[in-house]
Design a binder for this molecule. Sequence first.
Ligand code: KG4
Ligand code: ZN
Length: 332
Amino acid sequence: MKVLGIETSCDETGVAVYDDQLGLLGHELYSQVALHAVYGGVVPELASRDHVRKAAPLIDSLLQRIEVAPEGLDAIAYTAGPGLVGALMVGAMLGRSLAYGLGIPAVEVHHMEGHLLAPMLEDQRPTFPFLALLVSGGHTMLVRVEAVGDYQVLGESLDDAVGEAFDKTAKMLGLPYPGGPELAKLALTGDPSRYSFPRPMVDRPGLDFSFSGLKTFALNTLAKSAATSQDKADIARAFEEAVVDTLFIKARRALQETGLGSLVVAGGVGANQRLRDKLDTLDAAVFYPRPAFCTDNGAMIAYAGMQRLLAGNAMGLAVAVHPRWSLEGLGR
Ligand code: KG4
Ligand code: ZN
């Protein structure tokens, strides 16, 4: 069975075909980064319009490259939320219309379920149950994963998502959008002993996060400095250390509290090398998707879609999207 996956929830158009026998047949990604960079962040209406322009040709070029005819597809999976409503609508309309035209089922995919199942695309895959640390631009969550569709959110950010905190702090430091990877690069030349940033909420019980104070701490530190390029690198380093340490402490606590022995790290911030190095020191088996599948992509949607179809979740013709969508209660 071959499933075409379509991802259009934010600023990347991702498409992929996953085969339940052969695995991932291919994937393509078109990033809108250059389009939004001049505005310093994602402009939702521009994102929707660019998905309209790029999604169908991207599917064409993928299918040609992997030599799969549209008629050779068995189902279509698309991200139905959470995300930007206009951007989601583009993928949903395209997915549903294609499925209708080809006479095959279409299935909605929860974007965060896509992220947390992304390590299943690798040779080293976790077995259920496991703990997932989801760290993206829109979400920060610790999730107990019992099986596909059986998720319990143990903790999440009460304010900014971790990727969002990276992006906002990077912007403050004068780095281009999207700031996460840029800040990580700048931090490489920073002195870790110069500034010490707080580790928010670690001395309170529980598994929730808060990152907006860290961003303000960075702003105040910058204002008190001469704002030289070395000052900025030192601030970037202190910020990154604080974020990584906070995520590490909460992940370790969640492993202890649940007794789970494996951890999956997914979402854009999962590409961060300092975070990976630190989490690798945990007393647990740690699984990551390859960096290209940490950030938004079509492969994780095709894979999660396949699981949804196997669970019998294909739907009728109604096109609905869920800009806000709880990960809990999806059902197996
Ligand atoms: O998962 P993702 O591609 O999109 C969402 O679903 O939000 O995550 C994007 C986020 C952005 O905030 C970006 O700055 C961050 O992931 N990011 C990173 C790195 N690569 C991407 N943050 C820190 N270090 C990185 N290497
Ligand atoms: Zn994402």
